[in-house]
Design a protein around this ligand. Structure first.
Ligand code: CA
Length: 378
């Protein structure tokens, strides 16, 4: 019999165990009392939460990642905290996720912070920054730098607590019907590309077209748009974009490591016993690792299928195009940051941190990749 089952079955044991934990917890609390921290006593009280997401039902790694997170929380808490996960539109419209968590209509949500730019412009820096940090760099900023602290600060007025819940890794630059040879080829180009990346495209003379996921393929196939970005090989293969556009460009300069998020309503989070709060935090961090691992593992196979089976022409943006886009991206970021004091604060910290890890990555990660990537270079 497992220790937990034994304790539950032997009622006396539960009381004794709870009392021990309560005493130990109280002693520790005196030393590190935190405002808003939940009670330290472990009881068998059950909590039933609801989580809404911005993702379509069954969307691999994004919706399924949120569902996996809920499953982990249930297992880790021995069923004391269960989270029912709803895909976008099942309970509330996808883009009402943040608001629903903020108002406490639901206890939790999942999405990507750039969706909430209208509420807090600074939120965009926590999801994806054109020519910003990759997944490794973002995690360094969140856990090792000021990233998560700043993110909490930005969401605090909304009573929302954020946690990184996953990362896509470097995305692809998108599917283009025509070859891109110079920055001039973006002039008049109609492209589906959201967020800050879209603002950069507009600066290059392109037209940003907003389309729901289900409308992209047909629009590309019929020439209503000339190009689209989506995610990476695994998700792009499922969308069938290779049937509608000839050129598949790398890298996703506009989304070099998009962070996915978990959001908790602050009141709901604070009312949980401390161990359940830690379980939420740890399960989110575990899901953050799992998601990136799955993206990396599955994108490799999907890219091979796109090239081998579907004869997709994988290209890199020419270096001059990348340099021009980077210049436009730097200008865009400064302009956007200047519009909002909180965005400015986050942007300055992000830039400083990027330079700091950038120096280190140039001698460590890059030196290493330069050597091993030769074998795989397309
Ligand atoms: Ca994307």
């Amino acid at each position: 019999m497992k220790r937990r089952d034994f304790l539950i079955k032997a009622g006396v044991g539960v009381t004794a165990a709870a009392a021990t934990v309560a005493l130990t917890g109280c002693e520790k609390d005196k030393q590190s009392e935190q405002k808003g921290a939940g009670p330290a006593v472990i009881t068998n009280k059950k909590y039933e939460w609801r989580m809404v997401t911005t993702w379509p039902p069954k969307l691999p790694l994004l919706q399924t990642g949120a569902e996996r997170f809920a499953e982990m929380v249930k297992k880790m808490s021995g069923g004391r905290l269960t989270i029912q996960v709803y895909a976008g539109g099942e309970l509330v419209p996808p883009l009402e996720t943040f608001q629903s968590v903020s108002q406490g209509t639901v206890e939790a949500g999942s999405g990507a912070a750039y969706y909430w730019a209208g509420k807090a412009p600074a939120a965009q820096w926590f999801a994806a920054v054109p020519f910003g940090l990759n997944a490794q760099g973002n995690n360094a900023w969140f856990y090792g730098g000021n990233g998560l602290k700043l993110w909490e600060e930005v969401y605090a007025p909304f009573n929302v607590i954020p946690r990184p819940l996953g990362n896509t890794g470097v995305q692809m630059g998108g599917w283009f019907r025509k070859e891109i040879k110079s920055i001039g080829d973006f002039k008049g180009l109609k492209m589906r590309i959201p967020g800050l990346g879209g603002k950069v495209l507009a600066k290059a003379g392109g037209t940003v077209v907003l389309l729901a996921g289900g409308e992209i393929f047909t629009s590309l196939e019929r020439g209503v748009i000339d190009a689209t970005e989506w995610v990476g090989p695994m998700h792009d293969l499922r969308m069938g974009f290779y049937k509608a556009a000839k050129f598949y460009y790398a890298p996703g300069w506009h989304e070099p490591g998009t962070t996915l998020e978990a959001m908790f309503n602050k009141k709901a989070y604070d009312s949980l016993p401390k161990d359940l709060q830690v379980i939420l935090d740890v399960a989110a961090a575990e899901c953050n690792i799992w998601t990136l691992a799955e993206f990396d593992a599955q994108n490799g196979g999907a890219l091979q299928e796109l090239i081998g089976k579907h004869k997709v022409n994988v290209k890199r943006f020419p270096p001059e195009v990348m340099a021009d886009l980077k210049k436009l991206a730097d200008e865009t970021l400064e302009e956007e940051a200047d519009k909002d004091s909180q965005a400015k604060k986050v942007h300055e910290d992000f830039k400083k941190f990027k330079d700091q890890v950038g120096i280190w990555y140039s001698v460590s990660e890059k030196s290493y990749f330069d050597v091993i990537a030769k074998k795989y270079s397309l």
